[in-house]
Design a protein around this ligand. Structure first.
Ligand code: ATR
Length: 286
């Protein structure tokens, strides 16, 4: 039996590569640790959380569809999780559950690595206003971004997210647009430092391109939060954009969870990245 146990709670979770990534990190710092996939339907989440707490799991990640529900199941909601409106990492401190969100940090690190971009004074356009955009855009605004543009199919959802951004960061200029407002989007894109694809369009190989290609100009920084190749990334690269997938966001959100659990400084990023790359490559061959 390993000394320490961690888990990922989701529904479904079987395709997750977090176990390979996290276990490589634990091995790299010499810990005897298991990271398990725990598939739990929504109505059993509270029960499962009690069980893991009592069984002294040191912590867990939370993914779809439980990230919002987890807010009500912890004792402390850390500031980044309050901004995100969701929890993706729990630390079990002797039965006291502390909820964090590492998604904003993960995306920020990914943008820094891919484009050399830091958040302060920057303008980001998020395409999408669902859970992924919510978990990152409010954090970006609160971290000093100058402007956030939200483009979403459902305007009300983007307007609600804009309200959350304004409440958290009154100095950040927020604009809401719908995908059909092409001219206004193009204007915003002339000013943005990065376009971030945050919808679920592209998760499946047969999906259409998430963003109309006439909006993609040469030199534009494009990040797709999806961590596998997408049609958007393929077209963006062909059209001269700097286009990157969400793999390093996945890496760095996991690295931050690892730091919160272990306190390891510096965290074993290279080992975790190698394991993540290997696990995704193995999946792609299936
Ligand atoms: P979540 O539960 O994480 O928020 P979601 O409801 O699937 O996930 O939506 C994620 C994002 O993808 C939203 O911005 C959603 O747009 P709406 O708010 O208009 O629903 C977007 N999205 C999902 N399917 C889409 C599609 N076929 N076309 C355009 N946007 C889509």
């Amino acid at each position: 039996m390993p000394e320490q146990r961690y888990a990922l709670l989701g529904w479904p979770v079987k395709h997750s590569v977090s176990p390979q990534m996290q276990e490589a990190g634990f091995r790299a710092i010499g810990l005897d640790t298991a990271y398990e996939l725990v598939e739990v339907p929504p109505e059993q989440l509270a029960h499962k959380v009690r069980e893991l707490t009592l069984r002294r799991y040191r912590g867990w990640n939370i993914t779809v569809p439980h990230k919002q529900a987890m807010l009500r199941l912890v004792d402390v909601v850390e500031p980044a999780a309050a901004l995100a409106g969701s929890i993706n990492t729990v630390v079990n401190a002797d039965g006291r559950l502390v909820g964090h969100s590492t998604d904003g940090y993960g995306l920020a690190m990914a943008l820094r690595e891919a484009f050399g971009l830091m958040l302060p004074k920057r303008h980001f356009l998020f395409w999408g206003a669902g859970g992924a955009a919510r978990a990152t855009s409010v954090y970006f605004a609160a971290s000093g971004a100058r402007a956030i543009t939200l483009v979403n199919r459902t305007r009300e959802r983007a307007a609600a997210l804009a309200d959350a951004i304004r409440a958290a960061a009154p100095a950040c200029a927020v604009t809401v647009l719908e995908p059909a407002e092409t001219a206004a989007i193009r204007d915003r894109l002339d000013d943005v430092d990065a376009l971030i694809q945050a919808t679920s369009v592209g998760l499946h190989a047969a999906d259409p391109i998430a963003i109309p290609e006439e909006l993609l100009r040469p030199g534009l920084n494009v990040m797709d939060m999806i961590y596998r190749p997408t049609r958007l990334l393929e077209r963006a690269a062909e059209l001269g954009c700097r286009a990157v997938d969400g793999k390093s966001m996945l890496l760095y959100q996991g690295v931050r969870s690892f730091e919160l659990w272990t306190g390891a400084q510096p965290p074993p990023v290279a080992a975790m990245r190698a394991a993540l790359d290997a696990a995704l490559a193995a999946q792609a061959r299936l």
